[in-house]
Design a protein around this ligand. Structure first.
Ligand code: MCA
Length: 511
């Protein structure tokens, strides 16, 4: 029987000379660190063997809440080859958020930064997690200490294409995230399509070097970027955090860059970024949030490169892409054509051109973890996945997204769910109710803003509310601005009219 374990396919793409550099950690302060392909293979085998020694049940989850590091990527590879399920979480999440995720994912193993071990291990052990290890971005922590005693070779545990490889938590219009189950087959099929579509070059063609400056806990950085390089045996220039000046300095040594629009905006405001820095680059890709046409045009003028915008979701990995071939036009404000193998349709009502975007294809997920009802809700009776996005297809099949049917904010590439933030605000003393909206922001694209209504006779201290939220939830979700009003605008049905609020406050952060 063929082993469809994704690690096997990635390993097969490693260069013959395993002692070549796979990842160069670009240090902004101190010496660079280099990892060879052999390092990736040996260390992920040792961690996989450590995990195997725990005799975990089939399908056990390994939850990671760590800072970005090459070792965190190696942990992901180890979980794949151990045939377990990798559950990455944004390391900005705090205790109240982690409690939800750990209860929902029910992991056998949790790996966290040592600074968080105190509170996080309590939540994990209380929820029944048997093993909690630490992993820090300076290569210390109990995970690596324990793995060092295990063999550095391991055959990837047999998995079918339909077996779940990773759970990615995403959209919860009701505020509670759902775990999107992505299989080995979902991930490999998408990586293989993108490898061809985006022209990843073999060594004989000159090869490629990817600048990796994205977080590792989302589809963009963990799958689209890392799989792109790994499945092509290409070197990565690795940045723990995005820094426009540091990335620009290394662009001449690279050929491919992937980013969210905020990263492109930041490159443009850095005086060192210019066409000369981009002389060896062949591809800039943008996704996770809409790329403004203004950014697209400014970038092309400054760099000489036309950004390729693509569209995907945690539930589907990548779905569409603007063309790669220079002979075909990349059009600002569009997300291109359905990938080979992806069926895409826009279901409209009453002769409208714009409608709900629905998809089918080999990278559409296996459903939401332990939420069969919500899974069923998000598929049509004829098996198409309802993305929740709204858009239109032109005569050639090019997709333009024109909004979201969900009440969702995308801030600097992170999804923020108003209902979740409203829930925390409404618990604060003196707050009767709140409305959370996204308004245009010069850096993050959209910024979270809250409109608060005080309880009768109470007064609301906005700064205290913001500070209280900073203690409870990831700071990227915390409103960048809040204002107090007597009442929220409501329609005849009593529903809060957020569109009116968005219009009223749309100038808050843009000149
Ligand atoms: C950081 N801050 C933010 C954000 N990031 N506020 C709002 N939105 C954000 N995205 C705040 C922090 O809370 C903190 O606030 C202050 O900015 C500085 O934090 P720091 O971490 O230093 O910020 P940064 O380094 O400037 O980060 C900005 C960033 C980062 C580089 C744009 O947000 C980022 O890497 N975004 C990429 C997200 C991503 O990978 N998305 C892909 C999702 P304070 O000082 O008050 O505490 S996958 C996906 O969407 C689909 C599937 C797809 O198609 O790709």
């Amino acid at each position: 029987m063929t082993n469809h374990n994704l690690y096997g396919a990635l390993r097969a793409a490693f260069p013959a000379d395993l002692d070549r550099t796979a990842i160069e950690c670009v240090a902004t302060d101190g010496p660079a660190l280099f990892y060879t392909w052999r390092d990736l293979d040996r260390s992920s085998a040792m961690i996989a063997n450590l995990l195997a020694s725990l005799a975990l049940p089939v399908g056990a989850r390994v939850l990671a809440h760590t800072d970005k590091s090459v070792e965190a990527l190696i942990l992901y590879l180890a979980v794949l080859r151990a045939g377990l399920i990798y559950v990455p979480l944004n390391n900005a999440y705090q205790a109240s958020e982690l409690s939800y995720f750990i209860d929902n994912a029910d992991p056998s193993v949790v790996v966290c930064a040592s600074r968080d071990f105190g509170w996080l291990s309590k939540i994990a052990f209380r929820a029944g997690t048997a093993h909690v290890y630490t992993l820090d971005d300076d290569r210390r922590g109990s995970l690596l200490q324990r793995a060092a005693h295990h063999p550095d070779a391991q055959a990837p545990v047999p998995r079918t294409a339909a077996d779940v490889a990773s759970i990615i938590y995403t959209s919860g219009t009701t505020g509670r995230s759902k775990g999107a189950m992505l299989s080995h087959g979902n991930l490999l099929s998408n990586a293989q399509v993108l490898k061809t579509l985006w022209g990843w070059r073999s060594e004989a063609e000159g090869g490629d070097v990817l600048i990796h400056a994205l977080p590792l806990f989302h589809v963009h950085g963990l799958f689209v970027a890392s799989h792109g390089a790994l499945l092509n045996g290409s070197k990565m220039l690795w940045f723990a955090k995005f820094d426009a000046r540091a990335v620009t300095a290394r662009l001449p040594d690279a050929t491919v860059f992937m980013g969210v629009p905020t990263l492109y905006g930041r490159l443009l405001v850095d005086p060192s970024f210019n066409a000369q820095a981009c002389r060896n680059m062949r591809l800039f890709i943008s996704g996770s949030a809409p790329l403004l046409a203004d950014t697209f045009c400014q970038f092309r003028e400054r760099s000489g490169h036309t950004i390729l915008e693509r569209y995907g979701m945690s539930e589907t990995v990548m779905l569409t892409s603007n063309p790669y071939a220079p002979t075909q036009e990349r059009i600002a404000g569009t997300v291109g054509f359905a990938l080979p193998g992806v069926d895409l349709r826009v279901t409209t009502a009453g002769g409208e051109l714009i409608g709900a975007v629905e998809v089918r294809g080999p990278s559409v997920f296996q459903g939401y973890w332990r939420m069969p009802e919500k899974t069923a809700e998000d598929f049509t009776t004829d098996g198409w996945f309802k993305t929740g996005d709204v858009g239109q297809l032109d005569a050639q099949g090019r997709l333009t997204l024109s909004g979201r049917s969900k009440d969702l904010i995308i801030s600097g590439g992170y999804n923020v769910y108003p209902a979740e933030v409203e829930g925390y605000l409404n618990e604060l003393p003196g707050v009767e109710e709140s409305a959370v909206i996204g308004v245009p922001h010069h850096d993050f694209g959209e910024a979270v803003v809250a409109v608060l209504v005080p309880s009768t006779g109470a007064s609301v201290d906005v700064a205290a509310c913001i500070a209280a939220l900073k203690q409870r939830i990831a700071s990227f979700k915390v409103p960048k601005h809040a204002m107090v009003v007597d009442q929220l605008p409501r329609n005849a049905m009593g529903k809060v009219q957020k569109a009116l609020l968005r219009e009223q406050y749309q100038r808050l952060f843009v000149q």
